[in-house]
Design a protein around this ligand. Structure first.
Ligand code: MOS
Length: 696
């Protein structure tokens, strides 16, 4: 292996920051303003059944209404994702599914008219109550199509039965919703054929959309509406957060494109309300996990047993790979994981920041803290003693693994010292906790990048998406370094289908996956055009990973340290300070990297203390679907966060040597906080979020 090609890039402020701070960066809802029409979706109020009639007379009578879209007048569409088959048949699959939409000349008119639609249903028996002991619970052989469902290694039951020390618990995590600041929004415009011969071939469709990559909406919409991908243009330069919910299109996109098809020449736009975001744009599913650990007197693991239960939607059986951390985090003589699912008539879940690792590491790292207390081994020591030399699941070597440094250096910087109950300040009990973090580094396929020299500057273009991560900035930095030119001689052009195809901003793969293509393109550019290129000189290349990359396991790692204060009066948990030390390979830009990691930790604090979507057991929908009812951490809850990193390049991550850090920062945070609450109070919390009633 040759050493990775890049240097550590310098700190650089976001190139898009001035536009965003000044309110000048155009978001999806702000394009195509002139003559735009507004769409208001209408959501089903039953969990399952048939639509028997729609009375739209009152809605149509409202001045300014241009279209009432239902299954009766919707344009036919072809096969598409099961999640997107709306407005085709008079059927309801979950409460909150789009069953109609009103398009009007103003948003207020559209919403008012939508409220006047009268829809009759014939409800059918619906299963909407999650029940891990229900008769219809089934075991899954694979999760998300790629993760093993069942894993067996050795005699777990024997090891648990004969163990010197053993802990066992049931850990519960609730439904969480992503809540990006910018809601889902799309503006759709069908252009009439502009070629010499009008017809389907010359039809074009433009979508101003908010997403994690333009490829998915382009491909999905083209497929559903019988167009070639080249006939669909997607524009989304700026995205106001996502966390997974904008990875694949949701039903409102289909409804809006349908409406726009019936109103050619008019841009039709929708921006979902916060309650609509909670109804049908995916979420992190609730889990109930049982973890049992066994260890010898030194704390060396002899068994890891991790069983995951989650309800899944009948629309698609989305389930997070929550047992993943139990396969890879620690050495153990025996190991067993299993997944059980229950099919319900509920809205489908989707990716949410660190899907699987976030929920699974809460269970595993809480159990590890319980084991530390059972064995009397210091919690940092316990983890160090169970470091696996190679990937326990596959036996492959690690591409790099610096968990030991994350734990020891993190403990030193933080000043980690557990109190074992006793430190008090007035009504507050004070304690500290630790938890480890990991996130796999997936291969999402190659991306293409193009570099063009024009007007004395280098333009690097690809379909990458900056969802708040800093991609605008970092991709230009990577290109500048690979070209050997100053950073301000390079600009990125991303967030449009009018650029070489790239993978979505998902799975923490952007910087190393896109970045590798950028480095390769820069090297191709230099070898083809030299140091003094002509105007218009261009080169393109694709992501390249080292030969033999399938023979290693690549993961990002980290260790979190938390100090909490717990009120003995109210039961409130306050996170006084947190420190995370990470193994994220080479860090390309310390400023944006720190923001990613601190952002993940902030979301982890929020999930630990507040976030919970409550289902109505009768209908399976979320009842606290707005930011008044769904609490998130505010500034006062996030007091003192800091991060550090190992910074060692990983030679198996391509030319950048960088690992993805968009997700690892959230993993393990709730466990670190819960373990600190135990240190402070002796109360063991196995259910998120840690609301006061669970502490008292
Ligand atoms: Mo994400 S949860 O990496 O789309």
């Amino acid at each position: 292996m040759s050493e990775a090609a890049m240097q550590d890039a310098r700190d650089r402020v976001r190139v898009d920051a001035p536009l965003k701070v000044a309110g000048l960066a155009p978001y999806a809802d702000e394009h195509a303003g002139d003559g735009a029409l507004f769409l208001a979706p209408v959501l089903a109020t039953i969990a399952r059944g048939r639509i028997t009639g729609i009375d739209d007379a009152a809605a149509r009578a409202v001045p300014g209404v241009r279209l009432v879209l239902t299954h009766e007048n919707s344009p036919r569409i072809g096969p598409t994702l099961p999640t997107l088959t709306v407005l085709r048949r008079p059927r309801v699959r979950y409460r909150g599914e789009i069953v109609a939409a009103v398009v009007a000349e103003s948003l207020a008119t559209a919403r008012h008219a939508a409220s006047l639609l009268s829809i009759d249903y014939a409800p059918e028996d619906a299963a909407t109550r999650p029940d891990p002991d229900g008769p219809d619970v089934r075991e899954l052989r694979r999760v998300m199509a790629i993760y093993p469902g069942r894993h067996r290694d050795g005699d777990v039951d024997g090891a648990l039965a004969g163990a010197r020390h053993r802990v066992e618990g049931t850990y519960a995590t609730p439904v969480n919703h992503h809540n990006p600041i910018e809601p889902h929004a799309v503006t759709a415009l069908w252009h009439r054929g502009t070629g010499r011969i009008p017809g389907p071939r010359t039809t074009r469709l433009t979508l101003w959309d908010t997403n994690q990559g333009v490829l998915a909406p382009q491909g999905v919409v083209a497929g559903a509406f019988g167009l070639l991908p080249t006939q669909v243009e997607v524009v989304s330069p700026y995205v106001g957060g996502s966390f997974g919910t904008k990875g694949v299109p949701h039903p409102h996109t289909v409804a809006t494109v349908m409406a726009a098809k019936l109103l050619p020449g008019h841009p039709v736009k929708v921006a979902l309300t916060r309650p609509q975001m909670f109804a049908g744009t995916g979420y992190r599913p609730e889990t109930r996990q049982r973890v049992a650990l066994a260890a010898d007197d030194e704390g060396r693991l002899t068994a890891i047993d991790h069983d995951v239960f989650a309800p899944v939607s009948r629309v698609i059986p989305w389930m997070d790979p929550s047992a993943g951390p139990s396969l890879s985090m620690y050495a153990s003589t025996t190991r067993r994981t299993a997944y059980r699912a229950q099919d319900l008539d509920i809205a489908p879940g989707t990716f949410m920041r660190a899907p699987g690792e976030y929920t699974g590491m809460f269970a595993l790292e809480t159990a590890m803290d319980e084991l530390a207390h059972a064995t009397g081994v210091d919690p940092v020591q316990l983890r160090l003693r169970n470091e696996p030399e190679s990937d326990p699941e596959s036996g492959r070597p690690w591409s790099s693994r610096h968990v030991t440094t994350c734990l020891t250096e993190g403990a030193r910087v933080f000043g980690f010292e557990q109190q074992r109950r006793g430190r008090r300040e007035g009504e507050w009990w004070i304690g500290q906790g630790v938890a480890a973090a990991s996130f796999p580094q997936m291969s999402m396929g190659p991306s293409l990048a193009r570099i063009t020299f024009t007007g004395g500057r280098y333009v690097v273009s690809m379909q990458a998406s900056d969802i708040g991560t800093g991609a605008w900035t970092v991709l230009a930095q990577i290109a500048a370094q690979a070209l050997g030119v100053p950073e301000d001689a390079v600009e990125a052009r991303i967030g449009t289908t009018d650029a070489p195809v790239a993978i979505i901003a998902g799975g923490s793969t952007g910087t190393f996956g896109w970045g590798s293509a950028v480095v390769e393109a820069a090297q191709a550019f230099r070898s083809e055009h030299g140091e003094q290129p002509a105007e218009g000189a261009t080169a393109r290349a694709r992501t390249r990973m080292p030969q033999g990359v399938r023979g290693v396991t690549r993961m990002a790692f980290g260790a979190h340290f938390a100090e909490v204060a717990v009120s003995e009066v109210s039961g409130a948990v306050r996170v006084r300070r947190m420190y995370g030390h990470f193994d994220g390979g080479r860090i390309m830009n310390p400023r944006t990297a720190r923001s990613q990691l601190i952002g993940g930790m902030t979301m982890g604090i929020s999930g630990a203390l507040f976030e919970e979507s409550y289902r109505d057991p009768r209908f399976g929908h979320v009842v606290n679907g707005d930011l008044a009812g769904y609490h998130i951490a505010a500034h006062a809850d996030v007091v003192d966060l800091e991060v550090g990193w190992v910074g060692e390049p990983d030679p198996w991550m391509g030319a950048t040597g960088a690992k993805g850090i968009g997700e690892v920062g959230i993993v393990g945070v709730p466990a670190a906080i819960g373990n600190a609450v135990f240190d402070a109070t002796g109360v063991r919390l196995r259910e998120l979020p840690f609301t006061p009633g669970k502490v008292l």
